[in-house]
Unconditional design. Structure first.
Length: 252
């Protein structure tokens, strides 16, 4: 191994902060850059409102294999796993604006800016989590995190939201469909989704396509802000320090 390659390995592996890539037009709005920490903090936000986002399933925390996990109460919502029974047992914290969407705004996701211990370059989520503070802030942003049944989180993947003809209901009584790389949520959370996208666009310059914008503008009008959405935003603001002005205006 030549000295130049050895130097690059040492620099990127042991001093990643020196090469923290961030766009000049993005100001990080909060100090939380830990996704794992945010998931724990979200438990505080939802301490008295333990319902999954897409299905409205009740959930509770139990000791499983020496760790505390959020267990889905399937009977409370009529959820029936489509295929992944194991993942359907647990609640996961879903990025409504998926990591793929906000990650692609960062160079570390698109270009091989990182080097592993073997001297190989790589890109994508792991690279961004290592060197990009803006990405880490986006990934950890609590306004973009919602409790979802694990199977639905997996099936939604990084697909766009949209409307799907018919009501196949592959998850029992849960009103959630995934087809042709699109996910259709139930009507009473569509505004929440729209306002989350608007927040991520304003805060981090995450782009929204013209087609998606028109859809979200309709959803924003049809599904008005409710009491829980306001309370959730207040709790997140208290913990995270910044405000989602699409839910709570600056003069409120």
């Amino acid at each position: 191994m030549n000295m130049k390659k050895l130097f690059l390995i040492i620099l990127f592996v042991f001093f990643p902060a020196l090469h923290s890539f961030s766009d000049d037009n993005v100001t990080i709005p909060h100090n939380n850059t830990s996704f794992s920490k945010s998931k724990k903090l979200m438990q505080q936000v939802y301490y008295d409102y333990q319902y999954s986002f897409y299905c409205g399933c009740e959930y509770s925390y139990e000791l499983v294999d020496k760790s505390i996990k959020a267990i889905v109460n399937e009977e409370s919502c009529g959820y029936i796993p489509r295929k992944n029974i194991n993942r359907g047992r647990y609640i996961e914290w879903e990025h409504v604006v998926p990591a793929w969407a906000f990650g692609h705004t960062r160079k570390c996701w698109r270009e091989e800016l990182c080097i592993n211990s073997k001297g190989n370059r790589y890109k994508g989520r792991k690279c961004c989590e290592k060197i990009d503070n803006v990405f880490k802030a986006m990934e950890a942003d609590m306004y973009n995190l919602y409790p979802a049944v694990g199977e639905l989180n997996a099936d939604r993947n990084n697909f766009r939201y949209g409307t799907i003809d018919g009501e196949e209901r592959e998850y029992g009584a849960c009103d959630f469909e995934v087809k042709d790389k699109a996910a259709e949520p139930k009507e009473d959370i569509r505004g929440d989704i729209a306002r989350t996208y608007f927040y991520m666009e304003k805060t981090y310059n995450v782009p929204i396509s013209d087609k998606q914008r028109k859809l979200f503008e309709v959803w924003d009008k049809q599904d008005k802000i409710d009491e829980w959405e306001i309370e959730r935003a207040k709790r997140i603001e208290k913990i995270q320090g910044n405000r989602n002005t699409f839910i709570i205006k600056d003069d409120e």
